[in-house]
Design a binder for this molecule. Structure first.
Ligand SMILES: Cc1ncc(COP(=O)(O)O)c(C=O)c1O
Length: 375
């Protein structure tokens, strides 16, 4: 009766089971992973937000598959403030970044084609690809105490096959918070051009810089090179996932970008999924983004400091109790990955073999040629 793509494992993972157990036992849980910004005590300017969403022109329905010009102008102004001049014709609106991914996967892939996604990474990517009948292949981000997180550029190209269609970058990445570096983007761009792949760059967290990173890529808009799709939206930028507005900025190779834009416009016309009120509200909501971002950054900094203190105090004690494994695992991974085979294929295989180590910190997912299943 049902499609394979909706046949997923609905059983809760070990982390949610543990959380449920702790909550029902009445334990106090400090959930540093709470991801709903409207539930963490931020001070929203409710009056301005609600007034922006209730403008009289919203009563008129005048759909444009690319999104209303007024909203695309507001988005262009957002990039202008960050030093980037964009043609509004390169901007397409979607109801969310997740929807943007789905549309792009439909644009780029035939069933069973592959996309490369980062691991550790945002688990929803696996499902979004799966709904479009694509296979997600994880490429590894590695951690070095001095350098921090980086993309393993030996392994990534070895994962490309004739079925690969795109490389997804999440910058900064969820959950590592790490940035794509300028030289990494340049190297990936060359890989994409060599293999006719598109780059999809998710920048939903790009405004949230918690530490100075001079060599980070601030945005991938306005680049020449491989066909590039930059994704962003209001969900994180203004802390309002419920207002539902995302966008795609199409760039890179001009001929490919032009062809992509006309195909995307057609696809978006079938859905017309972006509501009118949020498009009229876009300019005012974007103007208010700094106030909410300041509060979010303060929260991230406080949570980060708390975590760092806990890790430091854990390091001073042996990690004997099961509940304290997390800190040890970080060391285990480093030890496990230090023995690096020479060939890229062997290293890709090693990543597959070290899945157990990754499993411990992120409750699912492996890196290697096997399709990813966050479980
Ligand atoms: C990296 C990343 N991209 C996209 C999204 C989804 O954004 P949206 O609410 O616009 O669909 C999230 C949500 O957590 C995310 O973490």
């Amino acid at each position: 009766m049902f499609s394979d793509r909706s046949n997923w494992n609905l059983s809760p993972n070990a982390l949610s089971l543990l959380l449920q157990r702790k909550k029902s036992a009445g334990d106090i849980v400090f959930d540093l992973t709470e991801s709903n910004p409207t539930r963490v005590g931020l001070d929203y300017d409710a009056e301005t937000i609600l007034a922006a969403l209730a403008q009289p022109q919203s009563i008129v329905y005048q759909p444009d598959p690319r999104g209303l010009e007024e909203a695309r102008q507001a988005i262009a102004a957002y990039y202008r403030d960050r030093g980037q001049r964009l043609e509004i014709d390169s901007i397409l609106l979607t109801a969310s970044t997740s929807e943007a991914y789905s549309i792009l996967f439909k644009l780029l892939g035939n069933p069973k084609d592959e996309i490369l996604i980062p691991r550790p990474g945002y688990p929803l990517l696996f499902y979004l690809a799966c709904f479009e009948s694509l296979q997600s292949i994880a490429y590894p981000l590695r951690y070095d105490v001095r350098k921090g997180w980086f993309i393993d550029m030996d392994v990534l190209p070895a994962l490309i096959t004739p079925n690969t269609k795109a490389i997804v970058l999440v910058n900064p990445n969820n959950p590592t918070g790490s940035y794509v570096k300028q030289q990494e983007l340049a190297a990936l761009d060359a890989v994409c051009r060599r293999h006719d792949l598109a780059l999809i760059v998710d920048e939903v967290f790009s405004d949230f810089e918690t530490a100075a990173a001079p060599d980070r890529v601030r945005t991938a808009v306005n680049r020449s090179g491989a066909l590039t799709f930059v994704l962003n939206g209001l969900s994180k930028m203004v802390g309002l996932p419920q207002v539902k507005l995302g966008w795609i900025v199409v760039g890179g190779d001009p001929d490919l970008a032009k062809a992509a834009l006309s195909r995307l416009e057609m696809m978006l016309d079938f859905y017309l999924s972006v509501a009118t009120p949020v498009q009229h509200a876009a300019q005012r909501l974007l103007c208010g983004c700094k106030a909410i971002q300041r509060q979010m950054l303060a929260r991230i900094t406080t949570n980060g400091r708390f975590l760092a203190e806990r890790v430091a105090s854990d390091r001073q004690q042996p990690c004997a109790a099961p509940g304290r494994r997390l800190v040890c695992d970080h060391q285990d991974i480093r030890r496990g990955l230090r023995r690096r085979p020479r060939s890229a294929t062997a290293r890709a295989r090693q990543y597959a073999g070290t899945s157990g180590l990754f499993l411990r910190i992120q409750q699912g997912g492996i890196c290697g040629r096997q399709p990813v299943d966050p479980g």
